[in-house]
Design a protein around this ligand. Structure first.
Ligand code: SF4
Ligand code: SF3
Length: 544
């Protein structure tokens, strides 16, 4: 069958090789084409900004933000709105052409830097030539895409930091130069492997930036019990990763009689001191992203998506979905707002008032808030438990959740690990085991949730601190093993960040990325000991 599209950026890609007719995620060939073109023109503008910097000219924050938002828009399950992607392409082309005028040296710019198009027909015909498969060599393609997916994840984290007024000009400059390098046919496999590791370095910096942005705005996460039941008022459900949206929604709903609940990756908002003062901040509703068809139905009230993951909504609740930031879905209302500006959520609040309260689907509490500061506060206890042998091992199980049945492995694995083992987690992967009541070791819970996927940074900081406390010369000598679940491109930047920090023998599942060609997978296996997963039984033997 002829390819109508080609995308292999996420773990759920069709047949573990690539979506060619329609995305498993719901992405249509038309959206895929416009996303391909958006990436292409964003590479083009990045080549121009990189050259401008070399000429000593300044690139404005607005342009940096445009580039990161473009990449963020193409992350799995972020934006299904062709219209919004097309307008991003047009805007990028306009800005790019102005920037080219500012260059002293306009020689040898690539086709991506020079290409112009003014209407949808031109966009459609160009998109056919610039997709993933336009790189013919499968190993070069594999590395280019690995880098681009890492940069997409980095962009998402940068964007969340940017809205809190935090920027790192070096991260933006690297991101753009690396993106431009994915156009450069003179780069060898070795050059691209080096660039991949460098992407990991900036991944660490990007996550550190977001950590600083979140903690300086909202305080350090602290141990928190989060209610997973419901109250009797109408509610608004907020999903995704953007804490600035969270803050604005809490402020604007105060005193309105509408409660606010978190969903999926927004759960860790409860761990921040600044949000605890809101009495109407009711709890967390539901589970990871992929269960939203049932859970959004029963929530009854409006839902605000601040980032991925959107599952194409059913008609029965589609009118209750609102998007903002990089997200979009055709037919769902989008709440605009420039970076850092106050958004107006009054439409959602008025909508909520007319809705029934959420239907209860669970009862009880979950515990989280174990980001670096909180764990350091417990450091004596943790070190003592390790020294006494009460804790024998930590297993990092951070990452993403997904709908594949094979992911039940993570639930079974969490149940099967020895009782003297502590799980360190972050990201929506935790929903596979955070309601199992795995108990504690001398008061230390056996599942320590640091927060969102970007808070994997916290797990790295904790590992580095333990290395220092135990006087080790190698992070791999710690009693920590890594069994990470991945789904979308934020997990790619987390993985590259861990590789950059020197972490070896990471197990990645439920399947290895389809975008790793056999040769590139071998490079990762040989140099970093990357491996897949086996059966729970075999892996328990292997790890413990
Ligand atoms: Fe397929 Fe994943 Fe791409 Fe969606 S994001 S089209 S599921 S590979
Ligand atoms: Fe989850 Fe989409 Fe990746 Fe932030 S919300 S971890 S999958």
């Amino acid at each position: 069958m002829e390819n109508k599209m080609f995308c292999y950026q996420c773990q759920e890609t069709a047949g573990c090789s690539g979506c060619t007719q329609r995305g498993v995620c719901g992405k249509t060939p038309e959206i895929a084409a416009m996303q391909d073109l958006l990436i292409y023109v964003t590479k083009g503008i990045s080549e121009v900004t990189t050259r401008l910097r070399k000429e000593g000219k300044e690139v404005s924050k607005n342009i940096n933000h445009m580039i990161t938002t473009n990449l963020f828009t193409t992350i799995t399950n972020a934006n299904f709105d062709e219209h919004s992607i097309v307008s991003r392409i047009s805007k990028t082309l306009e800005v790019k052409s102005n920037l080219i005028d500012m260059l002293n040296n306009k020689e040898n710019l690539s086709d991506a830097a020079l290409w112009e198009g003014s209407n949808i027909e031109e966009f459609k015909s160009k998109s056919k030539m610039v997709g993933v498969l336009s790189t013919k060599d499968e190993d070069i393609r594999s590395l280019r895409e690995l880098i681009i997916y890492g940069l997409k994840g980095l962009s998402a984290y940068s964007k969340h930091a940017n809205v809190l007024g935090q920027d790192n000009a070096e991260v933006d400059a690297f991101l753009q130069s690396a993106l431009a390098k994915t156009l450069d046919d003179s780069l060898s496999i070795d050059d691209l492997v080096k660039l991949t590791l460098e992407t990991g370095k900036y991944g660490v910096d990007g996550m550190a930036l977001l950590d600083k942005a979140n903690t300086s705005a909202y305080g350090n996460p602290e141990i928190t019990k989060v209610n997973i039941g419901v109250r009797s008022n109408p509610g608004i459900l907020i999903s995704g990763h953007d804490l600035r949206d969270m803050e604005m929604l809490l402020k604007q709903t105060e005193g309105t009689g509408v409660d606010v609940y978190t969903h999926s990756e927004m759960l860790p908002a409860h761990y921040y001191p600044a949000f605890k003062k809101y009495k109407h901040f009711a709890g967390n509703y539901g589970n990871a992203w992929w269960k939203q068809k049932e859970e959004f139905e029963s929530f009854n009230g409006p839902i605000l998506m601040t980032s991925n993951c959107i599952v194409p909504p059913k008609d029965s609740y589609k009118d209750r979905i609102y998007t903002t930031g990089a997200t979009g879905f055709p037919g769902c209302k989008h709440i605009d707002g420039k970076s850092g500006e106050e958004k107006d959520f009054s439409t959602i609040i008025e909508h909520a008032k007319k809705c029934l309260p959420p239907k209860e689907i669970e009862k009880g509490e979950i515990v989280g808030g174990f980001a670096h500061n909180q764990v350091f506060a417990l450091a004596d206890k943790v070190v003592e438990a390790v020294k006494s042998g009460a804790i024998k091992k930590f297993v990092v199980m951070a990452g993403c959740d997904g709908r594949a049945k094979s992911r039940n492995y993570y639930t079974e694995f969490a149940k099967a690990i020895p009782k003297d083992t502590v799980i360190l987690t972050a990201g929506c992967a935790k929903y596979k085991y955070n309601k199992l009541n795995l108990g504690d070791i001398n008061g230390i819970p056996r599942v320590l949730d640091a927060g969102q996927c970007n808070d994997s940074y916290s797990l790295a900081v904790i590992a580095l601190k333990l290395k220092e406390i135990f006087g080790l010369d190698d992070i791999n000598k710690l009693p920590i093993v890594y069994n990470i679940a991945w789904y979308e491109q934020k997990a790619v930047i987390v993985l590259l960040a861990l590789l950059y920090l020197g972490v070896k023998n990471i197990h990645l599942g439920p399947t290895l990325p389809a975008f790793l060609s056999p040769n590139i997978a071998k490079v990762l296996v040989d140099n970093f000991g990357i491996a897949g997963i086996g059966t729970v039984e075999d892996d328990i033997k292997l790890f413990f």
